[in-house]
Design a protein around this ligand. Structure first.
Ligand code: CMP
Length: 145
């Protein structure tokens, strides 16, 4: 059995980070988003509301530094409070990304968070780590340690 393969009976918990973006917080979606992840079976092991500084946002989104939308992204994510949560559970990174849905909210499947709650791109309600490496960097940047 390969490293990534798991026996159907075993469950190795993994961590991921989600951030409810300023549009999600302004629209009162924090409770609904938290409810979906808890109902799915994830444990919320860390949670914090904060307004990101420009430096924090630039580090958080450092993989997008060269993209033409980087300025808009940093300006949006620092525009108001966000809520970050560490979710722990089976195959958390991939499972949470499926629940979040496609980046372009208008294309995201019904039943996903972006598919059900928005039409935006920069303002696409929620961010979720795309790998364990991203999770490690994003968690450090978001919580400070
Ligand atoms: P997120 O999952 O937070 O990761 C990077 C973000 O960049 C993405 O969601 C979008 O909100 C934002 N973004 C803005 N413009 C684009 C674009 N043209 N392509 C992809 N992402 C974009």
């Amino acid at each position: 059995m390969g490293a990534k393969e798991q026996s159907p009976m075993s469950s190795v918990p993994e961590e991921t980070l989600i951030v409810v973006k300023p549009d999600g917080v302004r629209r009162g979606l924090v409770g609904e988003i938290l409810r979906r992840f808890e109902a799915k079976g994830f444990s919320v092991t860390r949670v914090q509301m904060l307004t990101m500084t420009k430096a924090q946002a630039e580090e958080f989104y450092s993989v997008h530094r060269k993209k033409q939308f980087f300025g808009e992204l940093v300006s949006f994510i620092t525009s108001g409070p966000v809520v970050g949560m560490v979710l722990t559970g089976r195959d958390a990174v991939a499972t949470v990304r499926r629940m979040v849905g496609a980046t372009k909210s208008w294309e995201a499947a019904a039943g996903t968070i972006r598919g059900d709650y928005g039409l935006g791109l920069t303002d696409n309600t929620i961010h979720a780590s795309d790998s364990q490496e991203s999770f490690a960097r994003e968690q450090k940047t978001f919580f400070g340690k």
